[in-house]
Ligand binder design. Structure first.
Ligand code: DLL
Length: 435
């Protein structure tokens, strides 16, 4: 297990990390140029040759890859090895268009598992733990990724997949699960169901949760920690770059350490493509430094966040990324104002509401409308119309302060908004139907 905490990498000096990255990028660009005609063409168009890349700083010279490139090259166009060397595919959910398929060699499966194992160790995981994985198994990377990491660390692994909440609870209680892995929205749902069944937070043996795959706020973290009686840690990743474990949170709970010996991160201005200095907010771009089967260079994630090299109390020197605010495609532009669902979630939880909400956007008479359905907690429920209306007005005012535009808030009955077992669908944008 100790081998999955790798101090020589995770606490390496800046010089040492740059040395590792320099060495890997030179080899990787050569490998891609020689084996991936699609990317070779992009490099040729830009007039860049592998010899121009002498170290990690030269990465700026390389062209970007976008989700559109992945769709164009679907299915085999970005493979860096023979198909016979690949042992697995995984795929994105395809919510924003055609599915993207990623390939893995045996080496890449190992590398991915090792990244997830670092994440497990960072939350205190060891072979003493019982790890309940309720991310979906199958094409989605959540189940397979956390499962791989859990095995490597030696946890007793419960491959539950998502859904069937009654069974999740039964196994959690009977088998004394200590680490829970699922989306934050599902964790909230499990917490709610446990309370309904009469369990108190101290009745379970859970100590930590590894939650990711969707944006969630600090307020949501606190609410889950309270309902399950655990420490809730964030984990980030995307199918194109491998899956969960691209970055992971440590005991400091102040952002996720990027496994930068494998994945080099840049923040760019999404409009101009210019690389931004550390600390500035922009689009996250990843280069896989040592994947051979599906070796993406400068892949634009569309996730908006900030990188920081501030000293971390855990001792790791791996660069940290802040919680992504959501994808640039999750950002709603409403009456010209940029609105992220995470801002709405922050207000709701601060005002004492449940994390069960739905955002409805539409266009009426050429004006954008924003409606938010918010579920009342059972103790907030009231028969008095005036009371409900008063609450709605107060929430609308709090939203206006946070968002800069005024939404219409509708408080709805407890349990009336569908719960999510995987990635929560928060936004229904009907404007797209009219466009
Ligand atoms: O969601 C991989 C994953 C599985 C990560 C389990 C963590 C845990 P995709 O389905 O390809 O892969 O979706 C990737 O999800 O670009 C982000 O927009 C979003 N995302 C993933 N993790 C986080 C997170 C998996 N911790 C996309 N916070 C990414 C916010 C996240 N957004």
């Amino acid at each position: 297990m100790a081998e999955y905490y790798q101090p020589e990498i995770e606490t390496a000096s800046r010089e040492e990390m740059i040395r590792i990255q320099n060495e890997k990028i030179v080899k990787q660009v050569k490998h891609v140029y020689e084996n991936v005609p699609y990317y070779r063409n992009l490099m040729d168009e830009k007039g860049v040759k592998p010899e121009d890349i002498k170290g990690i700083d030269d990465i700026k010279k390389l062209p970007f890859l976008t989700k559109n490139d992945l769709r164009e090259a679907y299915p085999y166009g970005l493979l860096g090895t023979d198909l016979k060397d690949c042992v697995r595919i995984q795929s994105t959910s395809g919510t924003t268009g055609k599915r993207v398929v990623a390939f893995y060699t045996q080496h890449e499966i190992g590398l991915w598992g090792a990244c997830c194992a670092r994440a497990k160790v960072a939350v205190g995981g060891s072979n003493e733990d019982v790890c309940q994985v309720c991310y979906g198994y199958g094409l989605f990377t959540g189940g397979a990724g956390l499962h791989g990491g859990s095995h490597k660390v030696g946890c007793l692994t419960l491959p539950m997949s998502s859904g069937n909440t009654e069974r999740q609870i039964q196994f959690m209680m009977d088998l004394n699960s200590t680490i829970l892995c699922c989306t934050p929205s599902y964790a909230a749902y499990i917490g709610e169901t446990l309370a309904e069944r009469g369990y108190k937070p101290e009745d379970n043996k859970l100590k930590a949760g590894i939650f990711g795959a969707e944006p969630w706020t600090e307020e949501m973290r606190r609410s889950i920690e309270k309902s399950l009686g655990i420490k809730a840690y964030d984990i980030y990743g995307l199918t194109e770059i491998s899956g969960p474990g691209v970055s992971f949170e440590c005991e400091a709970q102040t952002g996720m350490h990027i496994n930068e010996d494998h994945f080099y991160a840049e923040i760019i201005n999404p409009e101009t493509g210019e690389v931004l200095p550390e600390g500035e907010k922009g689009e996250l771009v990843f280069t896989s430094l040592d994947k051979e089967g599906f070796p993406l260079l400068r892949y634009r994630t569309r996730d908006i966040c900030v990188l920081s090299r501030e000293k971390c109390s855990c001792g790791r020197t791996l660069v940290k990324m802040a919680k992504p605010m959501g994808r640039s495609d999750d950002m709603m532009i409403i009456r010209g104002v940029n609105v992220f669902p995470s801002q709405i979630e922050t207000v709701l939880l601060n005002e004492g509401y449940s994390p069960n909400y739905q955002i409805l956007v539409d266009r009426v008479n050429n004006t954008d409308t924003l409606d938010i359905n918010v579920e009342l907690n059972p103790d907030q429920f009231s028969d008095k119309v005036s009371e409900i209306q008063g609450r709605e007005k107060a929430l609308e005012a709090a939203m206006r302060t946070m968002l800069g535009i005024g939404p219409k808030v509708h408080l709805v009955a407890p349990k009336s908004i569908a719960r999510s077992e995987g990635k929560a669908v928060r936004i229904i944008d009907n404007r797209k139907l009219h466009d």
